[in-house]
Design a protein around this ligand. Structure first.
Ligand SMILES: NC(=O)c1ccc[n+]([C@@H]2O[C@H](COP(=O)([O-])OP(=O)(O)OC[C@H]3O[C@@H](n4cnc5c(N)ncnc54)[C@H](O)[C@@H]3O)[C@@H](O)[C@H]2O)c1
Length: 381
């Protein structure tokens, strides 16, 4: 095969944007041959391609070698399983599933490892996070002791939530800011620092918007090496902050406002504390501004990597299997908040699924109005 035939399922804000990028030739080695949306009016712009209103029909059509799933999250699992079982390569939007048990079902369908199965975690291509990861892996920070990420610049209006009937409902979306906006940060968190051993979450449901799911979150995390972390997010704060701090015995790295800095201890703080005679002395530091070249994380880089992996055996930047970790973190934070208790990881996926079903069954939430937006998703992470 020298050209991958791709079909896109779901032509809303994100799927349309991916389709336009492929049609414009921004991804080498592939061709958009088919599209699918249950809403026929979304297909109008793509009349020259094979159009479907049923994802299964597209999957078995013989028109595609691979699909990109850009539908609301619950159907990532069902459509993904269908496509994997039909022998297609799959690129799935984040989150890979709504909850851990569904993510396990989806991953279990990836039996044939010759099929490429990737997730759209384009922030893994962001040069700042890549550099941060390099520093951590080289041991520049020494043993990590603290992580704190304030990511409160996910401000969204009521118009955003009114854009789709599925949005911000337990039944349609299965969660709020943790599941829609934060899969990227939760993925980066585990990509950079691994998974915590336990979490405690404090979530506000519909705190800032007329929605029933979480739009404010503070989570406390503990890692098996004794490190601690705090993760704060909301869609209700403006202008908001995006500040990631990772501290270790050799200093502190901070990412904020398009700058990555490293305040590096001349010697380990642990050694210094043990050996220094004065009670108030601190290790000498070097202030370093890390030069960054490259991009801020683009969807097309993940698409290109997906195509290159199918055609040339490249290594995946974001294997879909790794997407279960951000789902598990999101679920655990919410579960902890709903149950008012610390949650040990690994999370009991079946117990969380049951809790989500309870929320759906007991929901009396009615969305007041649905009004489609036509936004440029280049503004989206
Ligand atoms: N990676 C990113 O940066 C990023 C950004 C935004 C959205 N997303 C993800 O993309 C997905 C879609 O988000 P969106 O904002 O485009 O939503 P959207 O509501 O704008 O679009 C979803 C589209 O899917 C269609 N659809 C629903 N069920 C379907 C089905 N079973 N088969 C075929 N089509 C179906 C809808 O009719 C709609 O056109 C979400 O999972 C979201 O998390 C990712």
């Amino acid at each position: 095969m020298n050209e991958l035939r791709i079909g896109i399922i779901g032509l809303g804000n994100m799927g349309r944007n991916h389709a336009e990028k492929i049609i414009a030739g921004d991804v080498r080695g592939c061709k958009l041959t088919a599209v699918c949306d249950i809403d026929e009016s979304s297909l109008g712009k793509f009349k020259e391609l094979r159009c479907f209103t049923d994802s299964h029909e597209l999957i078995i059509s013989g028109e595609v070698d691979a699909i990109l799933i850009a539908t609301p999250h619950y159907s990532h699992t069902t459509i993904g399983i269908d496509a994997l079982e039909s022998g297609l390569h799959v690129l799935v939007e984040k989150p890979i599933s709504v909850h851990k048990a569904d993510a396990e079902r989806l991953i279990a369908a990836h039996r044939n490892k010759n099929q490429v199965f990737a997730a759209m975690f384009q922030q893994r291509t962001n040069s700042y996070y890549k550099k941060l990861k390099q520093f951590i892996e080289k041991g520049e920070l020494g043993k990590i002791s603290r992580i704190s990420w304030i990511v409160t610049d996910w401000y969204r209006t009521e118009a955003y939530y009114a854009d789709g009937a599925w949005r911000a409902t337990w039944k349609g979306e299965g969660g709020g800011v943790l599941l829609n906006q934060c899969p990227h940060q939760l993925d980066l968190l585990q990509w950079l620092c691994g998974m915590p051993a336990r979490v405690q979450g404090f979530c506000g449901l519909g705190r800032w918007h007329d929605i029933e799911v979480e739009d404010q979150v503070t989570a406390y995390m503990e890692y098996s090496n004794g490190a601690t972390g705090v993760f704060m997010t909301t869609t209700g704060e403006a202008p908001g902050t995006n500040r990631l701090e990772i501290a270790g015995e050799m200093g502190k790295m901070v990412m904020e406002n398009d700058r990555l800095t490293f305040v590096r201890n001349e010697e380990s703080s642990v050694e210094h504390s043990r050996n220094f005679a004065s009670g108030f002395a601190k290790p000498e530091v070097w202030n370093i501004e890390i030069p960054i070249e490259g991009t801020a994380g683009r969807h097309t880089e993940i698409m290109q990597n997906f195509v290159d992996t199918v055609l040339e055996g490249a290594s995946l930047i974001a294997p879909a299997e790794e997407g279960i970790k951000s789902v598990e973190l999101a679920n655990a934070i919410l579960y902890s908040s709903l149950k008012s208790k610390i949650v040990e990881l690994p999370l009991d996926g079946r117990a969380y699924e049951k809790e989500l079903q309870r929320l759906i069954a007991e929901s009396s939430y009615q969305k007041r109005a649905v009004k489609k937006l036509d936004e440029n998703m280049d503004k989206s992470f």
